[in-house]
Design a protein around this ligand. Structure first.
Ligand code: ADP
Length: 191
């Protein structure tokens, strides 16, 4: 099954996606991580860094290619867990198209819910050790705004598809993992 782990910056998507990928044998696609790996790229590195440092979205023409390449190289029978992608309605539609071409689909979207105040606190704390140039107050504020404006509306799209489940992101890492695993089990049973 293909899963999307959804939520605002700082909600804990990456942490959970990593654990769930290992435990369920899924390929973990983190668009943020893939973008950071591109920073040394001669042609695109500077451009990508510009968007990331401002907290703005990398244009679709670039990010969709990065995501597609990763999908092509990392296909597994059990599927993918998508973390940080899709981030716009256009990306969500693109992902559905891609899945269809591979005769598969997104079977589950987990929304890790966390309020903006808490998200901001967490990212600032992470910034002290992450070394990420985008974990500073100004950039985080932009990232949260971009999330509200462009990313959150995707929830309506997935809700209409009937594949959206919500998890309280304020809980401990272990508790959240447990809840997600329970949801995956239930969804797999229904298939
Ligand atoms: P966070 O979720 O904490 O903001 P990410 O590592 O997921 O961290 O993303 C960091 C940055 O990478 C974003 O602010 C954006 O510039 C870029 N990025 C990641 N995923 C996408 C995407 N799907 N579309 C456009 N830009 C993206």
């Amino acid at each position: 099954m293909n899963i999307v782990i959804f939520g605002s910056p700082g909600a804990g998507k990456g942490t959970q996606a990593k654990i769930i990928a290992v435990e369920h044998g899924l390929s973990h696609l983190s668009s943020g991580q893939l973008s950071r790996q591109m920073l040394n790229n001669k042609q695109l590195g500077k451009k990508i860094k510009g968007y990331m440092d401002k907290g703005e979205l990398i244009p679709n023409a670039i990010i969709i290619k990065i995501v597609k390449d990763y999908i092509e190289k990392n296909k597994r029978e059990k599927g993918f867990i998508f973390d940080g992608y899709p981030r716009t309605l256009g990306q969500a539609r693109e992902l559905d198209k891609l899945a269809k071409q591979s005769k598969t689909r997104i079977g589950l979207v987990i929304n890790l819910k966390l309020d903006q105040q808490e998200a901001l606190k967490r990212i600032l704390k992470r910034g002290k050790s992450s070394g990420r140039s985008d974990d500073n107050l100004k950039t985080i504020e932009t990232r949260l705004k971009v999330y509200k404006k462009l990313t959150e509306p995707i929830l309506g799209y997935y809700k209409a598809n009937g594949i959206l489940k919500e998890v309280d992101g304020r809980q401990s890492i272990t508790k959240i993992t447990k809840e997600i695993k329970k949801i995956i089990k239930e969804v797999e049973k229904k298939k």
